[in-house]
Design a protein around this ligand. Sequence first.
Ligand code: NCD
Length: 307
Amino acid sequence: MSAYPKRLLSIQNLSLQQSKEIIDRAITLKAKLPAFASTTKVVALVFFEPSTRTSMSFEIAAHRLGLRPVVFIPGSYSSMAKGESAHETLENILSMKPDLVVMRHSGDAAVARVIQSSAIPVINAGDGKNEHPTQALLDAMTILECRGQIESEKIIFVGDVEHSRVARSNRALFTMLGAQVAVCAPEYLQPKSNDWADTKRFTTLDEALSWATVCMGLRVQKERHAIGKDENKFDLAEYINKFRIDNKNVAQKLKGDAIIMHPGPFVPGEDLHEEILNDSRCVIHQQVTNGVYIRMALLGHMTGVLV
Ligand code: NCD
């Protein structure tokens, strides 16, 4: 092969022969991709919605396993700023043949259709108010570590259950593992779908905290509240007054050996008082630590680097 130019700034920096050589080489590489993929697995992290814990946790998990994470973030440096749709963005990322895709999106039906038909393995990192399976797994791991069991635990979700994908995946997993699940929320934030139909409901936080062995706070997910008449149904001041988890209600009502959880992010003073972080029963940061190991276990097996 002839020497490449030092700088490729214009197509005219390449001779005819060099151009042909590069194209030939690329055709050979394309045919050899499976051989590369067995040594250097690439994981695409595609987050169309904001994330700190989940995205970094997947990225760190991938690095720990020797995988190569590639992170897509929408916004002013992506072509979405030029008007490209989320599903077309995803089609393009899939066309680059990563070995696995980790996806977070708003519940966009077109994106969901692309994922359903993808031949490339996909892990859901949160889709609208539907599901967040890796959060459920890391929460179950944390309960098991802190309480020694999941079966028979009494787990209360406090706050915006209706708009929470975390609560939805957690309810399904915890129930399957034999725990009892209950909800404590104002009427507007109580879950309406059928899968919650038989779930125990508390209307006062004191009663809920007295019952629970695990208390899980949830952020008020205003970005998913219906715009228009529905938003008048929610009164933040009243919510804080009746449902905010703080040292006073937890000290008075929650069992000494119970644990306090939250998937994060919490809004200080809104769903959780910041002083809760100093309560010895609070395991919020342990949840975050465990997230890396759950994601390592999944990524490792799904890419075949762990057997
Ligand atoms: C949540 C999410 O994005 O679903 N957090 C998380 O992933 N750890 C919860 C939230 O946004 O309130």
